[in-house]
Design a protein around this ligand. Structure first.
Ligand SMILES: NC(=O)c1ccc[n+]([C@@H]2O[C@H](COP(=O)([O-])OP(=O)(O)OC[C@H]3O[C@@H](n4cnc5c(N)ncnc54)[C@H](OP(=O)(O)O)[C@@H]3O)[C@@H](O)[C@H]2O)c1
Length: 318
Protein backbone atom coordinates (compact mmCIF):
# COMPACT_ATOMS: atom_id res chain seq x y z
CA UNK A 1 0.00 0.00 0.00
CA UNK A 2 1.24 3.47 -0.89
CA UNK A 3 0.46 6.51 1.30
CA UNK A 4 0.00 10.18 0.43
CA UNK A 5 -0.02 13.47 2.28
CA UNK A 6 -3.25 15.46 2.25
CA UNK A 7 -2.41 18.88 0.74
CA UNK A 8 -0.38 21.06 3.11
CA UNK A 9 -1.57 19.22 6.23
CA UNK A 10 0.34 16.68 8.30
CA UNK A 11 -2.21 13.97 7.53
CA UNK A 12 -0.79 11.00 5.63
CA UNK A 13 -3.26 8.31 4.56
CA UNK A 14 -3.41 5.22 2.37
CA UNK A 15 -4.13 5.81 -1.31
CA UNK A 16 -7.19 3.61 -0.87
CA UNK A 17 -9.92 4.64 1.54
CA UNK A 18 -12.61 2.13 2.52
CA UNK A 19 -16.09 3.23 1.39
CA UNK A 20 -18.85 1.47 3.38
CA UNK A 21 -22.02 2.68 1.67
CA UNK A 22 -23.07 -0.74 0.35
CA UNK A 23 -20.83 -3.05 2.38
CA UNK A 24 -23.47 -4.17 4.92
CA UNK A 25 -27.20 -4.30 5.46
CA UNK A 26 -28.80 -1.28 7.07
CA UNK A 27 -30.42 -3.46 9.69
CA UNK A 28 -28.04 -4.92 12.24
CA UNK A 29 -27.91 -8.71 11.84
CA UNK A 30 -26.05 -11.80 10.71
CA UNK A 31 -26.94 -11.69 7.03
CA UNK A 32 -24.45 -12.84 4.39
CA UNK A 33 -23.91 -9.38 2.82
CA UNK A 34 -22.88 -7.92 6.16
CA UNK A 35 -20.66 -10.88 7.05
CA UNK A 36 -18.88 -10.59 3.70
CA UNK A 37 -18.61 -6.82 4.09
CA UNK A 38 -17.07 -7.09 7.55
CA UNK A 39 -14.48 -9.52 6.19
CA UNK A 40 -13.79 -6.97 3.43
CA UNK A 41 -13.10 -4.21 5.96
CA UNK A 42 -10.82 -6.53 7.95
CA UNK A 43 -8.98 -7.50 4.78
CA UNK A 44 -8.57 -3.86 3.75
CA UNK A 45 -6.99 -2.98 7.11
CA UNK A 46 -4.79 -6.07 6.94
CA UNK A 47 -3.53 -4.91 3.53
CA UNK A 48 -2.63 -1.46 4.78
CA UNK A 49 -5.76 0.65 4.33
CA UNK A 50 -5.72 3.15 7.19
CA UNK A 51 -8.35 5.59 5.95
CA UNK A 52 -12.09 4.98 6.31
CA UNK A 53 -15.05 6.96 5.07
CA UNK A 54 -18.51 6.88 6.67
CA UNK A 55 -21.83 8.61 7.13
CA UNK A 56 -24.73 8.14 9.48
CA UNK A 57 -26.88 8.23 6.32
CA UNK A 58 -25.62 4.84 5.08
CA UNK A 59 -26.89 2.97 8.13
CA UNK A 60 -23.83 0.69 8.05
CA UNK A 61 -21.81 2.07 10.96
CA UNK A 62 -23.08 -0.75 13.17
CA UNK A 63 -21.10 -3.21 11.01
CA UNK A 64 -18.05 -0.94 10.98
CA UNK A 65 -18.26 -0.79 14.76
CA UNK A 66 -18.31 -4.60 14.96
CA UNK A 67 -14.96 -4.68 13.16
CA UNK A 68 -13.39 -1.61 14.71
CA UNK A 69 -14.36 -1.84 18.38
CA UNK A 70 -11.64 -4.27 19.38
CA UNK A 71 -9.42 -4.05 16.34
CA UNK A 72 -5.73 -3.95 17.36
CA UNK A 73 -5.01 -1.26 14.75
CA UNK A 74 -7.99 0.88 15.71
CA UNK A 75 -5.77 3.74 16.91
CA UNK A 76 -3.75 3.80 13.67
CA UNK A 77 -6.80 4.41 11.51
CA UNK A 78 -7.92 7.76 10.10
CA UNK A 79 -11.55 8.65 9.52
CA UNK A 80 -13.38 10.93 7.11
CA UNK A 81 -17.09 11.53 7.77
CA UNK A 82 -19.89 13.35 5.99
CA UNK A 83 -21.49 16.21 7.91
CA UNK A 84 -24.41 17.80 6.00
CA UNK A 85 -25.37 21.01 7.82
CA UNK A 86 -27.62 22.65 6.89
CA UNK A 87 -29.29 19.50 5.59
CA UNK A 88 -32.07 19.48 2.99
CA UNK A 89 -34.85 20.15 5.48
CA UNK A 90 -33.02 22.57 7.78
CA UNK A 91 -34.39 25.70 6.10
CA UNK A 92 -30.83 26.81 5.11
CA UNK A 93 -29.90 27.37 8.77
CA UNK A 94 -26.54 26.21 10.12
CA UNK A 95 -26.92 24.53 13.50
CA UNK A 96 -23.65 24.25 15.42
CA UNK A 97 -25.11 21.84 17.98
CA UNK A 98 -26.16 19.48 15.22
CA UNK A 99 -22.65 19.69 13.77
CA UNK A 100 -21.25 18.68 17.16
CA UNK A 101 -23.80 15.86 17.44
CA UNK A 102 -22.77 14.40 14.06
CA UNK A 103 -19.11 14.44 15.04
CA UNK A 104 -19.67 12.99 18.51
CA UNK A 105 -21.95 10.19 17.29
CA UNK A 106 -19.29 9.25 14.74
CA UNK A 107 -16.60 9.15 17.45
CA UNK A 108 -18.77 6.73 19.45
CA UNK A 109 -19.91 4.55 16.56
CA UNK A 110 -16.44 4.27 15.03
CA UNK A 111 -14.70 3.73 18.39
CA UNK A 112 -12.19 6.45 17.78
CA UNK A 113 -10.98 9.60 19.57
CA UNK A 114 -10.69 11.83 16.53
CA UNK A 115 -12.21 12.39 13.10
CA UNK A 116 -9.32 13.37 10.84
CA UNK A 117 -11.40 14.86 8.04
CA UNK A 118 -14.88 16.34 8.14
CA UNK A 119 -16.48 16.40 4.68
CA UNK A 120 -18.88 19.30 4.89
CA UNK A 121 -22.02 19.45 2.73
CA UNK A 122 -24.20 22.52 2.50
CA UNK A 123 -27.66 21.38 1.37
CA UNK A 124 -30.91 23.11 0.60
CA UNK A 125 -34.38 22.27 -0.68
CA UNK A 126 -34.42 22.39 -3.65
CA UNK A 127 -30.68 21.65 -3.63
CA UNK A 128 -29.82 24.23 -6.29
CA UNK A 129 -26.85 26.57 -6.64
CA UNK A 130 -29.29 29.50 -6.57
CA UNK A 131 -30.15 28.57 -3.00
CA UNK A 132 -26.82 27.16 -1.83
CA UNK A 133 -24.17 29.54 -3.15
CA UNK A 134 -25.55 32.67 -1.43
CA UNK A 135 -25.59 30.68 1.82
CA UNK A 136 -21.83 29.98 1.73
CA UNK A 137 -20.94 33.32 3.31
CA UNK A 138 -23.69 32.92 5.97
CA UNK A 139 -22.47 29.46 6.96
CA UNK A 140 -18.75 30.28 6.81
CA UNK A 141 -18.44 32.01 10.19
CA UNK A 142 -20.44 29.56 12.36
CA UNK A 143 -18.91 26.58 10.55
CA UNK A 144 -15.37 27.74 11.32
CA UNK A 145 -16.31 28.56 14.91
CA UNK A 146 -17.71 25.12 15.80
CA UNK A 147 -14.96 23.41 13.84
CA UNK A 148 -12.24 25.29 15.76
CA UNK A 149 -13.99 24.49 19.06
CA UNK A 150 -14.12 20.77 18.25
CA UNK A 151 -10.53 20.92 17.03
CA UNK A 152 -9.42 22.45 20.33
CA UNK A 153 -11.20 19.53 22.05
CA UNK A 154 -9.12 17.12 19.92
CA UNK A 155 -12.19 15.72 18.13
CA UNK A 156 -11.53 16.85 14.55
CA UNK A 157 -8.54 17.90 12.43
CA UNK A 158 -9.30 19.03 8.88
CA UNK A 159 -12.24 20.34 6.93
CA UNK A 160 -13.10 19.62 3.28
CA UNK A 161 -15.97 20.73 1.10
CA UNK A 162 -18.22 18.40 -0.89
CA UNK A 163 -19.55 20.92 -3.41
CA UNK A 164 -21.93 18.94 -5.67
CA UNK A 165 -21.45 21.50 -8.47
CA UNK A 166 -18.63 23.38 -10.16
CA UNK A 167 -20.19 26.75 -9.28
CA UNK A 168 -20.39 25.87 -5.61
CA UNK A 169 -16.83 24.49 -5.63
CA UNK A 170 -15.51 27.76 -7.07
CA UNK A 171 -17.10 29.80 -4.29
CA UNK A 172 -16.48 27.43 -1.38
CA UNK A 173 -12.78 26.93 -2.16
CA UNK A 174 -12.41 30.74 -2.08
CA UNK A 175 -13.50 30.96 1.56
CA UNK A 176 -10.18 29.55 2.75
CA UNK A 177 -11.98 27.38 5.33
CA UNK A 178 -11.13 24.11 3.59
CA UNK A 179 -7.91 22.10 3.33
CA UNK A 180 -9.29 20.51 0.20
CA UNK A 181 -12.24 18.92 -1.51
CA UNK A 182 -14.02 15.57 -1.52
CA UNK A 183 -15.98 14.95 -4.71
CA UNK A 184 -16.90 12.46 -7.38
CA UNK A 185 -14.06 11.89 -9.80
CA UNK A 186 -13.46 9.06 -12.23
CA UNK A 187 -12.88 8.46 -15.95
CA UNK A 188 -16.50 9.40 -16.66
CA UNK A 189 -17.11 12.12 -14.05
CA UNK A 190 -14.34 14.67 -14.44
CA UNK A 191 -15.98 18.02 -13.76
CA UNK A 192 -13.95 18.79 -10.64
CA UNK A 193 -10.68 18.33 -12.55
CA UNK A 194 -11.11 21.98 -13.54
CA UNK A 195 -9.89 22.89 -10.05
CA UNK A 196 -6.86 20.62 -9.91
CA UNK A 197 -4.26 23.17 -11.11
CA UNK A 198 -5.32 25.88 -8.67
CA UNK A 199 -5.71 23.37 -5.82
CA UNK A 200 -2.16 22.22 -6.48
CA UNK A 201 -0.93 25.82 -6.47
CA UNK A 202 -2.61 26.34 -3.08
CA UNK A 203 -1.46 22.96 -1.75
CA UNK A 204 -4.98 21.70 -1.22
CA UNK A 205 -5.76 17.98 -1.39
CA UNK A 206 -8.50 16.04 -3.14
CA UNK A 207 -10.38 12.96 -1.96
CA UNK A 208 -11.80 11.11 -4.94
CA UNK A 209 -15.25 9.64 -4.31
CA UNK A 210 -16.50 6.67 -6.38
CA UNK A 211 -13.47 6.11 -8.63
CA UNK A 212 -15.26 3.13 -10.22
CA UNK A 213 -18.35 5.21 -11.10
CA UNK A 214 -20.37 3.26 -8.52
CA UNK A 215 -19.26 -0.05 -10.11
CA UNK A 216 -19.74 0.75 -13.80
CA UNK A 217 -15.99 1.10 -14.42
CA UNK A 218 -15.27 -2.55 -13.64
CA UNK A 219 -14.55 -5.61 -15.75
CA UNK A 220 -17.83 -7.13 -14.63
CA UNK A 221 -19.81 -4.29 -16.15
CA UNK A 222 -17.63 -2.96 -18.95
CA UNK A 223 -19.67 -4.84 -21.56
CA UNK A 224 -23.21 -3.63 -21.05
CA UNK A 225 -24.66 -6.43 -23.17
CA UNK A 226 -23.55 -9.02 -20.62
CA UNK A 227 -24.62 -7.33 -17.40
CA UNK A 228 -25.83 -9.76 -14.72
CA UNK A 229 -29.64 -10.12 -14.51
CA UNK A 230 -31.26 -7.28 -12.57
CA UNK A 231 -28.03 -5.28 -12.43
CA UNK A 232 -28.53 -1.62 -11.48
CA UNK A 233 -26.66 -0.43 -14.60
CA UNK A 234 -29.36 -1.73 -16.93
CA UNK A 235 -31.36 1.38 -16.07
CA UNK A 236 -31.51 4.00 -18.85
CA UNK A 237 -30.03 6.69 -16.59
CA UNK A 238 -26.63 5.07 -17.33
CA UNK A 239 -26.97 5.20 -21.15
CA UNK A 240 -24.78 8.28 -21.67
CA UNK A 241 -22.13 6.98 -19.32
CA UNK A 242 -21.89 3.76 -21.28
CA UNK A 243 -21.57 5.79 -24.49
CA UNK A 244 -18.72 7.69 -22.91
CA UNK A 245 -17.11 4.43 -21.82
CA UNK A 246 -17.08 3.24 -25.43
CA UNK A 247 -15.20 6.41 -26.39
CA UNK A 248 -12.73 5.85 -23.56
CA UNK A 249 -12.12 2.31 -24.79
CA UNK A 250 -11.27 3.64 -28.25
CA UNK A 251 -8.99 6.29 -26.78
CA UNK A 252 -7.12 3.89 -24.49
CA UNK A 253 -7.31 0.47 -26.21
CA UNK A 254 -4.40 -1.02 -24.25
CA UNK A 255 -5.16 0.32 -20.77
CA UNK A 256 -8.76 -0.88 -20.80
CA UNK A 257 -7.74 -4.58 -20.86
CA UNK A 258 -8.66 -4.50 -17.19
CA UNK A 259 -11.10 -1.66 -16.77
CA UNK A 260 -11.18 -1.98 -12.97
CA UNK A 261 -7.40 -1.65 -12.72
CA UNK A 262 -7.25 1.19 -15.25
CA UNK A 263 -10.00 3.12 -13.42
CA UNK A 264 -8.08 2.88 -10.14
CA UNK A 265 -4.71 3.76 -11.66
CA UNK A 266 -6.17 6.60 -13.72
CA UNK A 267 -7.45 8.55 -10.72
CA UNK A 268 -4.22 7.99 -8.83
CA UNK A 269 -2.10 9.40 -11.66
CA UNK A 270 -2.93 12.97 -10.67
CA UNK A 271 -0.78 14.28 -7.80
CA UNK A 272 -3.57 16.43 -6.32
CA UNK A 273 -5.47 13.22 -5.47
CA UNK A 274 -4.73 12.06 -1.94
CA UNK A 275 -6.92 8.98 -1.64
CA UNK A 276 -9.72 7.09 -3.42
CA UNK A 277 -12.92 6.54 -1.46
CA UNK A 278 -13.96 3.26 -3.02
CA UNK A 279 -16.78 0.90 -2.13
CA UNK A 280 -15.47 -2.63 -1.55
CA UNK A 281 -17.96 -5.28 -0.52
CA UNK A 282 -15.88 -8.46 -0.45
CA UNK A 283 -12.31 -9.57 0.19
CA UNK A 284 -11.92 -10.23 -3.55
CA UNK A 285 -12.94 -6.65 -4.36
CA UNK A 286 -10.50 -5.34 -1.78
CA UNK A 287 -7.69 -7.39 -3.29
CA UNK A 288 -8.64 -6.29 -6.81
CA UNK A 289 -8.53 -2.60 -5.93
CA UNK A 290 -5.41 -2.78 -3.78
CA UNK A 291 -3.51 -4.88 -6.33
CA UNK A 292 -4.32 -2.21 -8.94
CA UNK A 293 -3.05 0.59 -6.66
CA UNK A 294 0.51 -0.65 -7.03
CA UNK A 295 2.29 2.69 -7.42
CA UNK A 296 2.70 2.24 -11.19
CA UNK A 297 0.33 4.84 -12.61
CA UNK A 298 -0.16 6.37 -16.07
CA UNK A 299 1.56 9.67 -16.74
CA UNK A 300 -0.34 12.93 -16.86
CA UNK A 301 -0.76 12.76 -20.65
CA UNK A 302 -3.41 10.09 -20.00
CA UNK A 303 -5.22 12.46 -17.65
CA UNK A 304 -5.02 15.23 -20.27
CA UNK A 305 -6.47 13.01 -23.00
CA UNK A 306 -9.38 11.88 -20.82
CA UNK A 307 -9.97 15.49 -19.72
CA UNK A 308 -10.13 16.68 -23.35
CA UNK A 309 -12.59 13.91 -24.20
CA UNK A 310 -14.72 14.76 -21.16
CA UNK A 311 -14.78 18.49 -21.94
CA UNK A 312 -16.10 17.73 -25.43
CA UNK A 313 -18.99 15.69 -24.01
CA UNK A 314 -21.49 18.36 -23.06
CA UNK A 315 -24.31 15.95 -22.26
CA UNK A 316 -22.75 14.23 -19.26
CA UNK A 317 -22.51 15.88 -15.88
CA UNK A 318 -22.95 19.51 -17.05
N1 LIG B 1 -21.92 12.38 -1.24
C1 LIG B 1 -20.98 11.59 -0.78
O1 LIG B 1 -20.20 11.98 0.07
C2 LIG B 1 -20.87 10.19 -1.27
C3 LIG B 1 -21.75 9.72 -2.27
C4 LIG B 1 -21.57 8.43 -2.74
C5 LIG B 1 -20.58 7.63 -2.20
N2 LIG B 1 -19.76 8.08 -1.21
C6 LIG B 1 -18.70 7.25 -0.63
O2 LIG B 1 -17.92 6.73 -1.67
C7 LIG B 1 -17.85 5.30 -1.58
C8 LIG B 1 -17.74 4.72 -2.95
O3 LIG B 1 -18.90 4.99 -3.71
P1 LIG B 1 -19.60 3.87 -4.61
O4 LIG B 1 -19.52 2.57 -3.89
O5 LIG B 1 -20.89 4.39 -5.06
O6 LIG B 1 -18.70 3.86 -5.92
P2 LIG B 1 -17.33 3.16 -6.37
O7 LIG B 1 -16.34 3.11 -5.30
O8 LIG B 1 -16.95 3.83 -7.64
O9 LIG B 1 -17.81 1.68 -6.78
C9 LIG B 1 -17.87 0.65 -5.85
C10 LIG B 1 -18.50 -0.56 -6.47
O10 LIG B 1 -17.64 -1.14 -7.43
C11 LIG B 1 -17.68 -2.55 -7.36
N3 LIG B 1 -16.29 -3.00 -7.05
C12 LIG B 1 -15.49 -2.61 -6.03
N4 LIG B 1 -14.29 -3.20 -6.10
C13 LIG B 1 -14.32 -3.99 -7.19
C14 LIG B 1 -13.36 -4.87 -7.79
N5 LIG B 1 -12.14 -5.05 -7.28
N6 LIG B 1 -13.72 -5.52 -8.91
C15 LIG B 1 -14.95 -5.36 -9.45
N7 LIG B 1 -15.90 -4.54 -8.92
C16 LIG B 1 -15.58 -3.88 -7.80
C17 LIG B 1 -18.68 -2.90 -6.25
O11 LIG B 1 -19.98 -3.06 -6.85
P3 LIG B 1 -20.74 -4.46 -6.86
O12 LIG B 1 -20.44 -5.13 -5.57
O13 LIG B 1 -22.16 -4.08 -7.07
O14 LIG B 1 -20.17 -5.19 -8.04
C18 LIG B 1 -18.72 -1.63 -5.42
O15 LIG B 1 -19.94 -1.44 -4.76
C19 LIG B 1 -19.10 4.91 -0.79
O16 LIG B 1 -18.97 3.67 -0.14
C20 LIG B 1 -19.21 6.04 0.18
O17 LIG B 1 -18.34 5.82 1.28
C21 LIG B 1 -19.89 9.35 -0.76
Amino acid sequence: MEYRKFGDTDLVVSEICFGPMRFAARAQGEDEVSRRGKRALERAIERGVDFIHSSYEYGTRWAMGDVLEKHPRRHDLHHIIKVPIPDFKDGDRFDAEKFRLRVEEALRELHTDCIDVVQHLLRSDPNTDERRIPNISEVDGPLREIFETLKAEGKVKYLTTFPYTVGFARSSLETGAFSGMAAYYNLIEMKMAEFFPRMQERDQGFFCIRPLMAGLLTDRRSDRGSLPDGDRFQDSQWDERYQHLEELKSLFPEQTDSLTAFAVRFVLCHPVVTSLIVGMNSEEQVDGVIDAADGDYPDLSVFEKAWELWKNRKTIDP
